[in-house]
Design a protein around this ligand. Structure first.
Ligand code: RB5
Length: 145
């Protein structure tokens, strides 16, 4: 069973809870780092923990959810090994896998509904990276500092 790590903040908590059973149905073992209720927390604390776990290789993929998804994306992408994709639509989710080999999916819990989020998660987890010229482009990321 493939493991996946998930984290949120208070604004992303309801969506996190909604997509956990979907991930389980897709065959993923889910490591939920919290939060475990809707009390106010700081998104960098949770975003950094998920990003570190993926960057360090403990998990190959992660999911982060805050209100808009913007803050979590900013935090996660501070790690050079992370390719976090903010996807509040299905097309972006699919393309973030095919062309960008995104290793963290970010969504906005206050932007989209849980039904769409479930479809995004399904597409994102099932879509492979195309490699080829897209891999060459990812190689160039190491020059972007
Ligand atoms: C929390 O109020 C909100 O700022 C946070 O969830 C996120 O949207 C930040 O980018």
């Amino acid at each position: 069973m493939t493991a996946l790590i998930i984290g949120a903040d208070h604004a992303g908590y309801p969506m996190k809870e909604a997509i956990k059973p979907i991930l389980a149905n897709l065959g993923y073992e889910v490591e939920d780092i919290g939060p475990y209720d809707e009390n106010s927390v700081d998104y960098p604390d949770f975003g950094d923990r998920v990003a570190r776990a993926v960057a360090g290789g403990a998990f190959s993929r992660g999911i982060l959810i805050c209100g808009t998804g913007i803050g979590m994306s900013m935090v996660a992408n501070r790690h050079p090994e992370i390719r976090a994709a903010l996807c509040n639509d299905l097309f972006s989710a699919i393309m973030s896998r095919r062309h960008n080999d995104a290793n963290i999916l970010v969504m906005g819990g206050r932007v989209i509904g849980t039904a769409l989020a479930g479809e995004i998660v399904r597409a994102w987890t099932e879509t492979p990276f195309e490699g080829g010229r897209h891999a060459d482009r990812l190689e160039k990321f190491c020059h972007c500092r």
